[in-house]
Design a protein around this ligand. Structure first.
Ligand code: FE
Ligand code: MN
Length: 361
């Protein structure tokens, strides 16, 4: 089927059948090899929708006032030793972790995808990790924390080193031309998506999210808390992105999803939970006002099981309840009006103006 445009003496023939074949060849991996980055027609509508949601949540660290945090940090009587240590562990862990995720998204997952709309949303994901890494830099410089101490924490705090090593090992294996026609390599990619999305961003980020936002609820570190709320909201989109991507990959390549492989992923989660619990014990060596280590340990079991169930895997524990039900509400930022001069609302408004009805695509 061809459509002909006759413009003056020139004739153009547009081949609809060929274009439809190109669309049919759109795949998560091993799809049509093209450099044209043609988004339309969309095959993975969810990926484009998520891209728009992520874009509407845009924020910049320096929009958040740090005056109160600086005052509190410099007041020797205001904070306990543990409260200061939680902030140190927060900047020490996340300074490395955000960059590790962004780098893996950009140089492993995004590289191996062949559908442009998947590359689009993953590009946004990588950018959000840059914003998160930048927010850590902003916190460190605002409080006047020695950046060498922060760097030293990557190596010298054993539980941080082990968490980072757990994920960088999963990433390193894929930094080469990977022959994705081989089942073992498809499984390496699927494992990478699972470990980064569900184990790291989905579980190992939540110990500190819980602790820092507990302090924020006590009106400690309002600026840092605000940034972590924005980060938490972004992470929930990243977890969903990598979950959906894994599900699409498995749907298109069902041979990946063997009983052995499923067990392997549960084992990865088991390791992630163990490392996170050791890390929490380092963050909170003694209980602090309103922060009990056992609540955070229980929360990790709870959230790990939710992540496993989200990708259709059996949970690791039985009947663990959520000890921090308020944490989910911390993501609900849109309802509030008077954040840093309503900037987020402005971003959302301007992006709503050029919104295209999804049904038109
Ligand atoms: Fe992040
Ligand atoms: Mn993330």
């Amino acid at each position: 089927m061809k459509k002909i445009y006759q413009i003056g003496a020139k004739k153009f023939e547009l081949d609809q059948t060929k274009a439809e074949a190109a669309f049919a060849a759109k795949k998560v991996i091993l799809g049509r090899d093209t450099m044209t980055f043609n988004l339309l027609p969309l095959k993975y509508q969810w990926a484009y929708d998520l891209y728009r949601t992520m874009k509407a949540n845009h924020w910049e660290p320096e929009d958040i006032p740090m005056g109160k945090d600086i005052e509190q940090w410099n007041d020797p009587g205001f904070l306990s030793e543990v409260e200061r240590w939680i902030i140190m562990m927060g900047v020490g862990y996340f300074s490395a972790a955000e960059g590790i995720v962004g780098d893996n998204i950009q140089h492993v997952i995004r590289e191996l995808m062949t559908a442009p709309e998947l590359k689009l949303v993953l590009g946004r994901h990588a950018h959000e990790e840059n914003i998160h890494a930048d927010s850590l830099l902003y916190m460190i410089s605002s409080l006047g924390i020695n950046p060498h101490e922060c760097e030293a924490m990557f190596e010298d705090v054993e539980t941080i080193r082990k968490k980072n090593e757990f994920v960088t090992n999963i990433s390193r294996d894929l930094r080469r031309d990977l022959d994705l026609t081989k089942l073992e390599n498809k499984q390496l990619l699927a494992r990478n998506m699972f470990v980064f999305g569900q184990c790291m961003e989905g579980t190992q980020f939540y110990g500190l999210f819980g602790m820092i936002l507990s302090l924020y609820r006590q009106n400690k570190f309002p600026g840092i808390g605000q940034m972590f709320r924005y980060t938490l909201r972004d992470e929930s989109n990243h977890i969903e992105l990598l979950r959906s991507l894994l599900m699409e990959l498995i749907e298109e390549n069902p041979e990946i999803w063997t009983p052995e492989f499923k067990e392997d992923l549960r084992e990865q989660m088991r390791t992630a939970v163990k490392l996170e619990k050791e890390f929490i014990s380092d963050c909170l060596p003694v209980n602090s006002l309103g922060l009990r280590a056992e609540d955070f340990l229980q929360y990790i079991d709870f959230i790990a099981d939710r992540r496993l169930e989200g990708v259709g895997l059996e949970r690791l524990s039985e009947g663990v309840t959520n000890p921090l039900p308020w944490l989910a509400e911390m993501m609900d930022i849109q309802k509030e009006q008077n954040f840093f001069e309503g900037r987020v609302t402005e971003y959302q408004k301007s992006s709503a103006l050029d919104a295209v009805d999804d049904d038109d695509l």
